[in-house]
Write a protein that binds this ligand. Sequence first.
Ligand SMILES: [Zn+2]
Length: 72
Amino acid sequence: MTAQHLPLSELADHVTNKKLLDAAGLQHVDSCPNCRSDVKWLEALGSLRRFEPPKSAVDTVVGYFKHQRDAA
Ligand SMILES: [Zn+2]
C-alpha cells in the first residue's frame, strides 16, 4: 500500500484510457480525496475532448497544476 499520491501524468493517462492504473493505484484514488479530485477535473477535461485529447493541452494543464502543487 502506497501512501504517496499518484503523479498527475498517471492520472491523466488513466482518464484518457492511454494507460489504466493498476489495482493499487485505483485503490489509492478511491481512498484519497486529493487524487480523486484530480481525477474529477481530468475527467471533466477529457469529456470536453473525448476524441483524441490534444497531448499538448493535457501537458500544459498537468504542468500547471504540478507547478501549483510544488509551490504549495
Ligand atoms: Zn492521493
